[in-house]
Write a protein that binds this ligand. Structure first.
Ligand SMILES: NC(=O)c1ccc[n+]([C@@H]2O[C@H](COP(=O)([O-])OP(=O)(O)OC[C@H]3O[C@@H](n4cnc5c(N)ncnc54)[C@H](O)[C@@H]3O)[C@@H](O)[C@H]2O)c1
Ligand SMILES: [Zn+2]
Length: 376
């Protein structure tokens, strides 16, 4: 390689969904290029930018300047940061702003932020004028590798997370990897759990690559871009095969059944547990449970745990600060998340690293005994 080679190149992952096909661009400097990239793909010249109060002071001016330079007029709305923003109240504020900005069907809504802003903005874009164009500028690692790709949008209800929403694919995703430098270590690690997840679902070589290269991924540069691009490609493959989750897309929930139960058990208190941390513990539990069901070797569970521990993620229920409710209460949360059909649950289980599968006949009684063992 040339000694004076400059910033690593931008990578493109194409999501071939017919008339809903789009590109994901991954690399440095993409916020500065956003105006030009959008103008070359979309006809409209108006945009409503939706962001949160942490991200706005860091990146909103740069994004607006880039839109201006490309002749795209924009209006911005800054919402509070955090999961509680995925509510009807903030959705209404966002929709009002989009209409106020006179965004028409060929114009776009731009989500500048993490998964919370992406989910809420995508929903607004999906319902205002029965759907306007939508551009994701994900700023958290989790949003870059997961939530900005695939078209699931929505808000929370008092009945549970993500229960109200629509499928609305973005027209473009711009994952500017420079912005991850201002993300907290803890949020970066949480997003990394989803990166590791793609290896554990069906890419054992990618998991092995992460075991060897995770330090470089955390440090930034080419390895980080490669890991994000591989993750987006993995998610895109699953989404293209099953856009509306009638089957294989459920594999993306590896670790999430246990993880969601732990998030509910800690009342979504981010001081105790954030989503990716729940997924980390959940993935170890999914591997241990698979071993207990004689589907996989316990060595694989240990290997998964070793890697997640090495990057600094929690891997056990006892790693969560504070008291957890008893196993029975965790089981109730799982049953609510999953719908128990005649004592059987649908779970993502595994035959080993990178060999996950959808099991729809897991006896609830096995899950509860496992939880009692793990959390006596
Ligand atoms: N639609 C999907 O397919 C999908 C998939 C996975 C998760 N999600 C959703 O994503 C949400 C979680 O996303 P998240 O983890 O990005 O949470 P988030 O949006 O709350 O972001 C985490 C925190 O980081 C801050 N932040 C974001 N980017 C930053 C940056 N570059 N510098 C400094 N601070 C920054 C945010 O303001 C926030 O405080 C959940 O609501 C979850 O349901 C959706
Ligand atoms: Zn997740």
């Amino acid at each position: 390689m040339n000694a004076i080679s400059s910033a690593p190149a931008v990578q493109t992952v194409h999501v071939p969904l017919g008339e809903r096909a789009y590109d994901i661009l991954i690399g440095p400097g993409l916020i500065a290029r956003a105006g030009a990239e959008i103008a070359s793909r979309l006809k409209g010249r108006k945009a409503a930018v939706i962001t949160d109060e942490h991200v706005a002071p860091l990146y909103l001016d740069a994004l607006v300047a880039s839109l201006d330079a490309a002749g795209i007029a924009s209006a911005a709305v800054v919402l509070p940061a955090g999961e509680k923003t995925k509510s009807f109240e903030h959705l209404m504020t966002a929709c009002d702003k989009v209409l106020e900005a006179r965004v028409e069907r060929n114009d776009c809504v731009i989500a500048l932020g993490g998964g919370v802003i992406g989910d809420l903005s995508g929903f607004a874009a999906g319902i205002v004028r029965r759907g306007v164009r939508f551009v994701q500028v994900p700023t958290s690692l989790l949003a870059q590798v997961d939530s900005s790709v695939g078209g699931k949008t929505g808000i929370n209800s008092r009945h549970g997370k993500n229960l109200i929403g629509v499928f609305h694919q973005p027209d473009l995703v711009l994952a500017d990897t420079d912005v991850l430098n201002t993300l907290s270590e803890r949020e970066f690690r949480a997003g990394y759990a989803e990166v590791a997840k793609y290896g554990l679902i069906d890419k054992p070589d990618f998991f092995a690559w992460l075991e060897a290269n995770w330090k470089a991924v955390f440090a930034g540069g080419a390895a980080r871009i490669a890991a994000i691009a591989a993750s987006c490609q993995a998610k895109a493959d699953v989404v293209v095969a099953d856009e509306r989750e009638t089957g294989q897309r459920a594999l993306l929930n590896l670790g999430h059944t246990f993880g969601h139960a732990l998030e509910a058990a800690t009342t979504y208190d981010s001081r105790r547990l954030v989503h990716g941390e729940g997924v980390s513990i959940g993935m170890v539990l999914a591997h241990e449970f698979s071993a207990r069901m004689n589907l996989a070797s316990p060595d694989d569970a240990r290997r998964v745990e070793r890697h997640l521990q090495a990057v600094g993620l929690p891997t056990r229920m006892s790693d969560i600060p504070g008291e957890l409710p008893p196993a029975e209460v965790l089981m109730d949360a799982i049953a609510q998340d999953k719908k128990v059909k005649r004592g059987k649950l649908t779970f993502i289980l595994t035959r080993g690293i990178g060999q996950s599968f959808v099991a729809d006949d897991v006896p609830a009684s096995e899950v509860i005994s496992f939880l009692r063992e793990k959390h006596p």
